[in-house]
Design a protein around this ligand. Structure first.
Ligand code: MG
Length: 160
């Protein structure tokens, strides 16, 4: 049995009037992420964790942000493609865990929808997908509501 662990981290700036996508879910808020894609910082961190486990670089390498093909793209499509790469290499997703740092809005009401959405995109049971959220007690860029960040870890398994 071969086990692989990966870590991902992503940050996006927040700006008034943009849609806010987190974990594949659109959340009502007056600010959204500035990005070439839909700016889903949770899915981006998760993709980097999955790619990191296989030492395949990051999503910027797979989906360059100067490529117009990815302009405004739904990040769920990127996650699906990353999962295809994982499967092609013979690995299955054991579990993933994401922590979102954001001051506002309260994310708890959206957590289970994010878990269900990302689990369905990855084709795994929802109990293998953890999403947590924290404020940063008003400190730093997240605390000042200038941006949002996410850490993610992923464990991959291959039966030999
Ligand atoms: Mg990103």
């Amino acid at each position: 049995m071969d086990l692989r662990i990966g870590h991902g981290y992503d940050v996006h700036a927040l700006e008034e009037g943009l849609p806010l996508w987190l974990g594949g879910v659109k959340i009502e808020h007056e600010k959204g992420c500035v990005a070439h894609s839909d700016g889903d910082v949770v899915i981006h961190a998760l993709c980097d964790a999955l790619l990191g486990a296989l030492a395949l670089g990051d999503i910027g390498k797979l989906f360059p942000d100067n490529d117009m093909a990815y302009k405004g793209i739904d990040s769920k499509i990127l996650l699906r493609r990353v999962c295809d790469v994982v499967a092609e290499r013979g690995y299955a997703i054991s579990n993933v865990d994401c922590t979102i740092a954001m001051q506002r809005p309260k994310l708890r009401p959206h957590i289970d929808t994010m878990r269900e959405t990302m689990a369905s995109v990855m084709g795994v049971d929802v109990d293998r997908v953890s999403v947590k959220a924290t404020t940063t007690e008003r400190m730093g860029f997240e605390g000042r509501e200038e941006g949002v960040s996410t850490h993610a870890v992923a464990l991959l398994i291959k039966h030999e």
